[in-house]
Design a protein around this ligand. Structure first.
Ligand code: PFF
Length: 458
């Protein structure tokens, strides 16, 4: 019966398009903006190791599960979970997994768009030659001026939300393919160029050592590494599930997942190798926080041969990478509105776009007029800025929780016959997948949560 189910939103034209779109979702600000600054804040080597372990043991199996659930349900995450709970004779409250995912995507996009706005604005800053020969102080000052100005941040945030909603309104399948097919390899090539520059700084090995020599890590750092594994692979909120729902039958989920996860991880590691040598060569702080790439890369672009051109292209491609991820963040909500509220994609995109834009104002202001204001969520987080509160809520809590429930549903609640049919892989891969999802993911997520609860609030 499930074999005949069709998505009302259409299907990817082939397997490659799915892999490209899912890679477009996975590779984004998470890899180039977030991974380096988290690694810096959490002291390097051990953080990277824990992150890689989380990708291999939790991220990859959860991604397979999400694609599988999507392809079986063929609808937005809420309706997919409703349908699958019915198919498998399970409680209808599984729809809450879909609901939480949709809310998480909406919350994430509200701040993701503000950061993507920074990348977009750096296209013009780099393009104007502002960074040629600029000192560390000048580069820091330019970043400070940008985030300190609510009007400018608001303008870039608005442009990025409009860009995202235009694509979502047209349907994610149109246009996404070309964007990802050519721009991803181009981004990869430019990252390699920055890594090549980093090798000339005389501090390359210091960067490598920082990234790969094990050191100390806190419980909160382990939670960050796990949260990042979900975030960077776009897991735990239904983005990959909804992309899976457009996947034609007969595509190997296991193989597709491996391609996506490897591409994503390589991009993140390259970003680290590009950035840390620059940090050390210029006496910067690896723990500089969310501004890290905006304070380091411009120094490199200001010094390297043809740096203005390379730098401008780099920020254009970073904006594209953020764009293809942003689209997938909001697609679950739009698909659900179309399915349940009887409105067309255009209106669904407009409503969600306006709501996300409004919520994004909180993040815009948290870098300037609200910079002293703190927020708390009872029993969970105390005294964080608006941006940090949303970020921690989604990244450290909602995504791992979503991943945990996806693991429980697919490995404990679904009949083996269903998951086996859908995954369609060898016996031992199936067993390995099942063991990882049944035991490793739930135990790891719960232990990390329990250990980190105290740490986050201290
Ligand atoms: N994976 C994206 C990145 O690394 O930038 C962010 C993201 C997209 C997270 C979609 C979650 C998601 F559902």
């Amino acid at each position: 019966m499930t074999n005949e189910r069709k998505s009302i939103h259409g299907e990817w034209s082939n397997r490659l398009v799915f892999i490209l779109a899912a890679t477009g979702s996975a590779v984004g600000l998470g890899n180039i903006w977030k991974f380096p600054y988290l690694t810096g804040e959490n002291g390097g080597g051990t953080f990277v190791l824990v992150y890689l372990l989380c990708i291999a043991l939790i991220g990859i199996p959860v991604m397979m599960a999400e694609i599988m659930l999507g392809r079986r349900g063929r609808q937005s995450p809420i309706n997919t979970m409703k349908m699958l709970a019915k198919d498998e004779n399970r409680n209808q409250s599984w729809v809450w997994l879909g609901r939480m995912g949709i809310v998480a995507g909406f919350l994430i996009l509200s701040y993701y768009s503000v950061i993507a706005g920074w990348a977009l604005s750096y296209v013009f800053r780099t393009g104007s030659g502002m960074f040629i020969g600029a000192s560390t102080d000048v580069v820091n000052g330019i970043f400070g001026d940008l985030v300190g100005d609510p009007e400018r941040l608001l303008a870039w945030h608005t442009i990025f939300i409009v860009m995202t909603m235009v694509v979502v309104a047209r349907g994610v399948k149109n246009g996404l393919e070309t964007a990802v097919r050519y721009l991803m390899p181009a981004l990869f090539a430019l990252l390699l160029m920055v890594v090549a520059y980093a090798m000339t700084t005389g501090h390359f090995m210091e960067g490598v050592r920082f990234m790969f020599m094990p050191g100390k890590i806190t419980n909160a750092g382990v939670l960050d590494a796990m949260g990042h594994a979900f975030f960077t692979l776009s897991l735990g909120m239904g983005a990959i599930m909804v992309y899976g729902s457009y996947l034609p039958r007969g595509t190997s989920i296991v193989q597709a997942t491996m391609y996506i996860a490897i591409a994503d991880t390589v991009v993140a590691l390259l970003a680290g190798l590009a950035i840390f040598p620059i940090v050390f060569a210029n006496g910067l702080e690896p723990g500089a926080g969310p501004g890290l790439i905006f304070k380091t890369l411009p120094i490199a672009f200001g010094q390297m041969e043809a740096g203005t051109l390379v730098g401008t292209a780099f920020f254009i491609l970073l904006t594209f990478a953020a764009w293809t991820s942003a689209i997938s963040l909001i697609e679950p909500a739009v698909a659900w509105l179309v399915e349940n509220k009887g409105i067309n994609r255009l209106y669904a995109s407009m409503y969600t776009g306006i709501a996300t834009w409004l919520l994004g104002l909180g993040t815009v202001f948290s870098f300037n007029i609200w910079s002293d204001k703190t927020w708390s969520i009872p029993y969970i987080f105390k005294n964080y800025s608006f941006f940090d509160t949303l970020e921690k809520l989604t990244f450290n809590l909602m995504l791992p929780l979503g991943g945990l429930f996806i693991a429980i549903f697919s490995a404990w609640c679904m009949r083996e016959a269903s998951s086996r049919e859908e995954l369609d892989t060898s016996r031992w891969i199936y067993r390995l997948w099942q063991i990882l999802l049944r035991y490793v993911t739930p135990i790891a997520v719960i232990i990390v949560f329990l250990k980190a609860i105290g740490a986050i609030n201290s």
